[in-house]
Design a protein around this ligand. Sequence first.
Ligand SMILES: Cc1cc2nc3c(=O)[nH]c(=O)nc-3n(C[C@H](O)[C@H](O)[C@H](O)COP(=O)(O)OP(=O)(O)OC[C@H]3O[C@@H](n4cnc5c(N)ncnc54)[C@H](O)[C@@H]3O)c2cc1C
Length: 403
Amino acid sequence: MKLALSDEDQAFLDEVLAFIVRHWPPSTRRPLEAAAVYPEQRQPEEAGWFDALVARGWSVPHWPVAQGGTGWTPVQRYLWDRETAYAETPRMDAYGANLLGPLLCAWGTAEQRDRFLPPIREARVRWCQGFSEPGAGSDLASLSTRALRRDDKFVVNGSKTWVSGAHSADWMFCLVRTHAETARPQDGISFLLVDMKSVGVEVAPIRTLGDQHTVNRVTLTDVEVPVANLLGQENEGWACAKALLDLERVGVARVAQSQVQLGRLKAFAGTFTQDGGTLQESPDFRRKVAEVEIDLAGLEALELRVLSQSGSGELAGPQGSVLRLRGAEIGQRINELFVEALGYYGLPYPEALLIDNEGAIGHDYALPALQGMLSSRSWTVSGGTSEIHKNSIAKALFEPGQV
Ligand SMILES: Cc1cc2nc3c(=O)[nH]c(=O)nc-3n(C[C@H](O)[C@H](O)[C@H](O)COP(=O)(O)OP(=O)(O)OC[C@H]3O[C@@H](n4cnc5c(N)ncnc54)[C@H](O)[C@@H]3O)c2cc1C
C-alpha cells in the first residue's frame, strides 16, 4: 500500500529517514527482541540513539508540546512509528513514555510533572505496571493490595503478578485499595507511584514457556509511599486506570513489526530447502504466507482508515480493540509459520539445550523462532485478553453509549 503524502508530509518523511540513517545506521540494526530498552543490555550505539532522540526533541512525540511533545499530526506520528519500526530502532521505555507520561501530563500535579516527566523524556528511568494480582486480572477491580493512610504516607501490603520488567525497573505505578467498603468494586481504588528501592519491595522472576525472564511477581510488605506519590484523587484511581488502559491500545496493531517479520520469513523460506526444493517453492507454504500477507494488508488499510478519521491520532476503545486483536492474531500466525518453516529444527526446547550443553542442531534461528512463537502467545492475554476485547467490541455494537 502506498500513502499519497502531501508535500509537507513527504518532506517530513525525508527528514525522518535521514535522521534514522544518521543515528541508527543499518550496521547497528539487530532483531527487534534484542533492541528492548533495558539499560544493562544497551549497546553503546543504543545509548547514542536515545541521546540523539532527546537532543532532537523527538523522544516523546505524542506528549503535549508544553511537556516535550512534537505537535506532529497523526500522519506524521504514523510515519515516525512506521519508519522506526522498519529500521528496528531501540524503543523508549513503553511504560514510562507511552503510558505513565501522558497520564502524568493530564492528571499529575505541577510538582509530579516536574519531578517525574524529565527522567522519562530523557530515557533515564524505567517504569513497570503493577495492576494485575493473583486474584485480579481481567476483573481488575477485584484487586486486594491494601494501602492504609498514615499521616503523610500510605503503608502498602499485597502482591502484584505478571509485572513486566519489574526486575529492571526503577519505579512502579500501581493500583491499590484505599477503601474497602464501597458500593462498587471500582470505587476505593487509588493510583500510586512506588519507588522500587523502597524497603519491603520484593521482586521474584516468573519464567515463561520459552524459558525467558520478562515477567515477575512483586510482593509489597509494609511499603511506605509518600502521599505526594498519589496520582489523581484518593479512592478515585479507577478513572486514571481506565485512561491508561485506553492508552495501552494506541499503536497496538503492530503492522510495521509484522511486515518486518513477514519479510524475514519470506527471505528465510527462499533459502531453506526441503524435499529438494526451497520452502518458497512449496504451494502449501506459499498459500499460508499469502493469506497472512493479505490479512496484514487489510489490517494496514484499517489502521490508516481509523487514523484518517481520528483528528487527534488517539483511538476510541472498540477501534483499539479491533486493531489490537487482529494485529496480535496476525503477528502470532507469522511467528507460528517461522516455526513451521523450520520443521524438526523448530523443536529445540531451551531447557534441553541447557542440559546437554551442545547447542541446537540445524538453523541458528531455531531457538529465537521458538521463543518468539511462544512469547507471542501472550499478545492475546496481556493488556486485555481476546475475550475481554471481544466483549468491548460487542458492547460498542449492541449497547452503544454504555462502553
Ligand atoms: C506476558 C505478560 C505480561 C504481562 N504484563 C503485565 C504487566 O506488566 N502489568 C500487569 O499489571 N499485568 C500484566 N500482565 C497481566 C495481564 O494483564 C493479565 O494476564 C490479563 O489481564 C488476564 O488476566 P488473568 O491472567 O488473571 O486471566 P483471567 O482474568 O483469570 O482470565 C482467564 C480466562 O478467562 C477469560 N475471561 C475472564 N473474564 C472474562 C469475561 N468477562 N468474559 C469472557 N471471558 C473472560 C479470559 O479471557 C481468559 O481466557 C501480563 C500478562 C502476560 C501474559
